[in-house]
Design a protein around this ligand. Structure first.
Ligand code: NDP
Length: 478
């Protein structure tokens, strides 16, 4: 359907009334945001995840520490009776005060950079959007302001890291690797504290009560969050801080620490380690360069803040997104030139698809469709929806560029990049491939979740969009 026809159709359908829409259509357009009610399947998944996820992280890290990254060997030994769970537990390093000190300094430093150093990088980096920026409209109709200074924090942190490694020698560049399992304890303490604090805060002193969702089920509320944008004061935003820093700033430092450990152990750094460092650094830098765009993603626009985001950002992300580098410390794989070039190409193509798709949507939404996509004015379907205060709003769904190829091809690009990180580790063990398995589950689930939400939000307009762009991730296949 052409843009003009689509726009006409929408205009006909949504006539202004006392609250801005035809009453019989309000129910269809009304609900958006996360679920109000929990079915048994979701509840079972939530309880399983709450119980199992921390042990899964421990299992992978312990498998590297005690079994040279073999994920099957601990199970074989447990099954044959060679070890017991207690033996494995006792052999693992425990909580230590030096690790707690390192972690406390790290998190405090990131809080200071986030809260006390207003962004100046946007003043001299052409094209970079930083400083105070507006988020999307919340379900209750609010628009929050955010201080975007993640790129600056990343630059300062990494500059200090390099200055230390080159000149100051306050600490060893392998410090993160050397305290890895004790740090796992510390991140868990912070992750659970943050999740519990925001859970209690939602009942006692929510930042914006109209944006809270209570399902009546404590586990679901704890995991998926109640508050939409919990804040302390005007500027400390839990979602923006915990998602970006300390987790994502740490990602590249963790990889650098693995690289330093390889150098220390073997006297050289392998090309696979360099590839993992470079490809993941591109992804991290892209995130911070586009932090203002991140305000428009599902994490900020639709997810509530609970254990899923709080614990996930503190523990899951830094430990499991960096498994490739950890693996390469134990298995220093040197790839053939052809293998390395293929991995690099796959990673770069994936990044191109991921970035271009996200950029196209951002440009389209920022200019309200007054832009060019692939050299032409974009086609779109105009949509209407209601916020929970009953207000009628309008939006557009683009059907041009990558958004006309598949409805979530940005996820496909992300998956190609993820596969490249894994392939950089060769075929010796399964452990580094956990990432692509996890990302596939995450992004397919996210795609289904997002489409369910968009369908509730836009109703018939969303069905017109899915008719125009039938594939989700892979054109003609899925
Ligand atoms: P998207 O950026 O794809 O945003 C989806 C939203 O975009 C929809 O809810 C809808 O929001 C809007 N939209 C959907 N279709 C269109 C269209 N045709 N035209 C205009 N707007 C549209 O999703 P995410 O926020 O999940 O992901 C952002 C990026 O982050 C992705 O590239 C993803 O790969 C990456 N990511 C990475 C993760 C990781 O752990 N590494 C985790 C999650 C995401 P609206 O209500 O505004 O219409």
């Amino acid at each position: 359907m052409s843009a003009a026809v689509a726009m006409q159709a929408t205009r006909r359908r949504v006539k202004p009334s006392s609250n801005g829409a035809e009453p019989e259509e309000k129910g269809e357009l009304g609900q958006w945001g996360r679920a109000w009610e929990v079915d048994w399947f979701s509840l079972t998944c939530v309880i399983l995840l709450l119980c199992l996820a921390p042990f899964l992280v421990f299992y992978f890290i312990m498998a590297c520490d005690q079994y040279q990254c073999s994920v099957s060997q601990p199970i074989i030994e447990l099954y044959s009776g060679d070890v017991t769970l207690m033996t494995i537990w006792d052999r693992s390093p425990s909580f230590t005060w030096p690790a707690a000190k390192i972690y406390a300094i790290w998190v405090s430093f990131q809080v200071v950079l986030y809260m006390c150093v207003p962004d100046i990088t946007h003043k001299f980096l052409p094209g970079y959007v930083g400083g105070v920026q507006e988020g999307s409209r919340t379900p209750a109709g609010l628009i929050n302001l955010y201080e975007i200074n993640g790129l600056q924090s990343w630059i300062i942190t990494h500059a200090l890291w390099f200055l230390n490694a080159q000149y100051f020698h306050w600490f060893s560049p392998t410090i993160i690797f050397d305290h890895w399992i004790p740090l796992l304890w510390c991140t868990n303490i912070l992750g659970y504290t943050v999740a519990t604090f925001t859970f209690v805060k939602a009942y006692l002193f929510p930042t914006n009560a109209e944006d809270c969702k209570f399902t009546g089920n404590m586990f679901y509320n704890y995991m998926m969050g109640i508050e939409f944008n919990p804040r302390i004061g005007k500027w400390f935003d839990f979602k923006l801080f915990f998602n970006g820093r300390p987790g994502i700033v740490a990602w590249t430092l963790i990889n650098l620490s693995y690289m330093a450990k390889q150098q220390e152990l073997y006297g050289h750094v392998t090309n696979s380690m360099i590839l993992v460092n470079v490809l993941q650094a591109i992804y991290v830098l892209d995130f911070f360069w586009n932090e203002a765009w991140y305000l428009k993603t599902i994490d900020i626009c639709h997810d509530h803040f609970g254990w899923y985001l709080g614990w996930g950002d503190c523990v899951w992300l830094p430990f499991l997104y960096t498994l490739q580098g950890l693996y390469l410390v134990y298995h220093p794989v040197q790839l053939s030139t052809l293998h390395a070039a293929t991995v690099l190409l796959l990673g770069l193509i994936g990044y191109y698809v991921f970035r271009s798709t996200n950029h196209q949507k951002d440009l389209f939404r920022r200019t309200d469709g007054a832009c060019t996509i692939w050299g032409k004015r974009p086609n779109f379907i105009e949509c209407a929806y209601h916020s929970s205060d009953g207000g009628l709003h309008h939006s557009k769904l683009m059907t041009s560029g990558f958004w006309g190829v598949a409805r979530h091809i940005n996820y496909t690009g992300d998956l190609m990049g993820s596969l490249a990180y894994c392939l950089a580790c060769g075929g010796g063990h399964l452990l580094p491939y956990f990432y692509i398995v996890y990302m596939t589950i995450l992004l397919v689930h996210r795609c289904v979740r997002d489409e369910h939400r968009c369908s509730s939000k836009y109703g018939r307009d969303w069905r017109r969009y899915t008719d125009a762009v039938p594939s989700r991730l892979i054109p003609g296949i899925f």
